[in-house]
Design a protein around this ligand. Structure first.
Ligand code: S3P
Length: 433
């Protein structure tokens, strides 16, 4: 399935984006291990999070939904999961696979985790190495890529681990393994990353100890208590209508009910530093997370050097930021972002190739990109099966001289079901065929 986008258009109105992917994964995982019934609204019914729900169903957990974003989970308790009858297919989801590796490493049964072509290329050594230090018995394919084969062990033990890279997935993997470990498991981060796991464990009755960059969980059989909350809209999905409204010229957009956890709002800091007219309205708490409505107005953007400390706080938003940078005056420099090389695609290469295909001067760096603002031509962009590359380049058409086609967009459904309809409603001339 390709996107075909006609040039021009004005973006205006109001919208809501689908529920937060990171929070939706974690909600199912913790609710499955809790005692009692948990209910969520705003759950993302995307392929990634539905794969996580299917994995827990295969381990004997009753999950109803998602119906209109509502999901009900009958928790089975920390020791209530059952061996699945076959491998668990995590699809395209790095979060699903890495967090489940931690959660399942200490179970009394073995399990195999598999994924699609993209996930099967992604590095798993980052979770395998520390989980082995905890006593886990894990096998993987060559190069420490999936499938992951977890064999049962008598008992994990807590470790004190310094993360070699800023990764919420690795941090969360180890904290979830820590639930099943003897003693205390501590993780120290080189830079702050999304803290949804920590917030949610506290909401399920297992608060963590945090001391600066170090966060610790005690093992033991203290049960997780079922809980219910609303999942906010995903700021990583809001990034697309947000950038669309900024670059489209004329128009004002209100994106309602978006999660604004400070570990996720790097995109707002970056786009504001570029001159973006963005306001947060109606700030409130929803469930375990802060939420706001984001008002954005068309703006004249200028290039900046993105401060490296903002990079982990905007790590999934660089495809959209790159399109904004191409519409800005002057140069935008992104560095310290080598993690972009191991996302759903090599996003540094995918962004550089896409911008080049549309006539923008760009240099791919080992750890980032140097982008010169310019004029988009029309053209054909390869998404490399990466949902965020596909959505980001669809926005380029707003400022292009001729139609833009993006190839292989089916994975947009992993994080943003209904993207085409939503963006068409706001004024983007997009068709999927
Ligand atoms: C996520 C963490 C990030 C992010 C991913 C979701 C999470 O990955 O890119 O989309 O839910 O923990 P890393 O931990 O690899 O940075």
């Amino acid at each position: 399935m390709d996107f075909h986008v006609s040039p021009g258009g004005r973006i205006a109105g109001r919208c809501r984006v689908p529920g937060d992917k990171s929070i939706s994964h974690r909600a199912v995982m913790l609710a499955a291990l809790a005692e009692g019934e948990s209910r969520f609204t705003g759950f993302l019914a995307g392929a990634d999070t539905l794969a996580t729900a299917a994995a827990f169903r295969a381990m004997g957990v009753r999950i109803d939904g998602a119906h209109d974003g509502q999901v009900t989970v009958q928790g089975v308790g920390l020791h209530g999961l059952r061996a699945p009858s076959g491998p668990l297919d995590m699809g395209n989801a790095g979060t699903g696979m890495r967090l489940l590796a931690g959660l399942l490493a200490g179970q009394r049964f073995g399990v195999t985790l598999i994924g699609d072509e993209s996930l099967s290329r992604r590095p798993m050594r980052r979770v395998i190495a520390p989980l082995r230090q905890m006593g886990a018995d894990i096998g993987a394919a060559e190069g420490d890529t999936p499938p992951l084969v977890l064999r049962p062990v008598a008992q994990l033990r807590g470790i004190d681990y310094a993360l070699p890279m800023a990764s919420a997935q690795v941090k969360s993997c180890l904290l979830l393994a820590g639930l099943y470990a003897q003693g205390r498991t501590c993780v120290t981060e080189p830079a702050p990353t999304r803290d949804h796991t920590e917030r949610m464990l506290a909401a399920f009755g297992r608060p963590l100890q945090r001391d600066g960059a170090r966060v610790c969980i005690d093992g033991g059989d203290t049960p997780l208590r079922a809980t219910s909350f609303a999942i906010p809209g995903d700021i990583s999905s809001a990034a697309f209508p947000l950038v669309a409204a900024l670059i489209a010229g004329q128009g004002e957009l209100l994106i309602e009910n978006v999660g604004i956890n400070p570990t996720r709002t790097g995109i707002l800091d970056i786009l504001r530093a570029m001159g973006g007219d963005i306001d947060l309205l109606n700030l409130r708490e929803a469930g375990t997370e802060p939420v706001a409505d984001i008002r954005v107005r068309a703006s004249r953007l200028r290039g900046i050097a993105v401060p490296t400390e903002w990079v982990p706080l905007a790590i999934d938003e660089f495809p959209a930021i790159a399109v904004a940078a191409a519409c800005a005056q002057g140069e935008t420099l992104i560095t310290g972002a080598e993690e972009l090389r191991v996302k759903e695609s090599d996003r540094i290469a995918a962004i550089a190739n896409g911008l080049t295909a549309l006539g923008i001067a760009v240099e791919a760096l080992p750890d980032g990109l140097r982008i010169q603002g310019g004029q988009f031509h029309g053209g054909v962009v390869e998404s490399h099966g990466d949902h965020r590359i596909a959505m980001a380049f669809s926005l380029a058409a707003l400022r292009a001289e001729a139609p833009v086609q993006i190839r292989d967009c089916v994975n947009v459904g992993t994080s943003f079901p209904g993207y085409v309809e939503l963006m068409r409603g706001l004024g983007l001339a997009i068709e999927a065929a």
